[in-house]
Design a protein around this ligand. Sequence first.
Ligand code: NCD
Ligand code: ZN
Length: 336
Amino acid sequence: MNSLNIRLPDDFHVHLRQGPAMAAYAATTARRFGRFMAMPNVTPPLTGPAALADYSRAVAAAVAASGYAATPLACFKLTPGMGREAVFSCAAAGAVAGKYYPAGATTNSSDGVPEPSAVAEELTAMQEAGLVLSIHGEDPSAPALERERAFLGVVDSIVGSYPRLRVALEHLSCAESVRAVLAWPERVAATITAHHLSFTIDDLLGGSLRPELFCKPVLKSAADRAALLEAAVSGSPRFFFGSDSAPHQPEAKAAGAAGCYTAPVALSLLAAAFEEAGALDRLEAFVSVSGARFYGLGPNPGVLRLRRESWTVPASVDGAVPPAAGRTLAWAAERA
Ligand code: NCD
Ligand code: ZN
């Protein structure tokens, strides 16, 4: 197959940051995605309706300036003490999800959740409001490669304690998580990134260190990647795309910041991974159908065209280094 048209995809997990850099990041995502959920780990954090509305306005303006027809989706940051009213007000201000960051697990999460009981009131309110609980599932006190596995018990307790809460476990990185998702009820789904479907820890540090591949959760083994790919190509509505595209400028990367800027390359990486699995025909379900269905959204109006066309990934895009920088990719993606 040399070309493939799919319904315009969605990205249910993307970091657009704030300030002057946001315009470029938003344009790079809006160019290829019909909808995208902007993550709330900015400063100050999006923990109430006013901050959320301000941020949503800034994102909407950046998208409008890009010239692409795309719809941002809003997500607030769940923090202890936020309170039930703030949850309902965030829903009224347009939030479709609230994000659970275990305290200290990743970029800007020191104000996150120490344990689920600290946000019991808020989780009850989210369940009542029909909001999706989006979870960064890592226990920061566990060894780096075991953090996701170590957190599955916490997710299990949340799923059990809130029987109507819809949960999206973000950026799966290991085989155990795939098995856990399939064992939970259907109201629990998971996102998988393009980098976890394409690279392993050996790509990150088996040769020369490639900081552009350093992210949380850290890339894992070839067996983990294979399990994630099997889940992504399975056609199961439980697994859908969230890029976790997380740009950091070179100074921040040099200081060790975690995050892969995949927005410029994600669809090319996904096409290659699905082709490797002999499942290009399942790509549309993964990027354009299953996530929308989980979030109760209709299909996007546009079409994305994937073409088999070699292109070299620039050394830098929007000031950040994307995965596969300087390498040649086999698939190009543009709106049709
Ligand atoms: C993300 C960031 O930089 O905001 N970093 C990352 O490594 N994925 C935060 C996150 O989603 O963990
Ligand atoms: Zn993220």
